[in-house]
Design a protein. Sequence first.
Length: 95
Amino acid sequence: MSAHDSIMQGLTEALAYAQGKDVGARVHSVEIPNVDVASVRARTGLSQGDFARSIGVAKGTLLNWEHGRRRPTGPAQVLLAMIDKKPSLVTELLR
């Protein structure tokens, strides 16, 4: 089977799966816990501005998360869950 044929087969199966058809796909699910952003930041010992900069978000975004007006999603949620497990991660890797 050529690379083109293999890719087309994968795309066809993905489309069928997205439409709810049973294509025998193996589905992997990763559960990312919600975190208390203010608590996570506090344990790093960083100010709101420094913490926001260290994880690459605007301070306003961090404030919205800390005050519960918004919730982190996607990569930010994963990063915060990792920092929750190991607060020193910020200083070890991200500064």
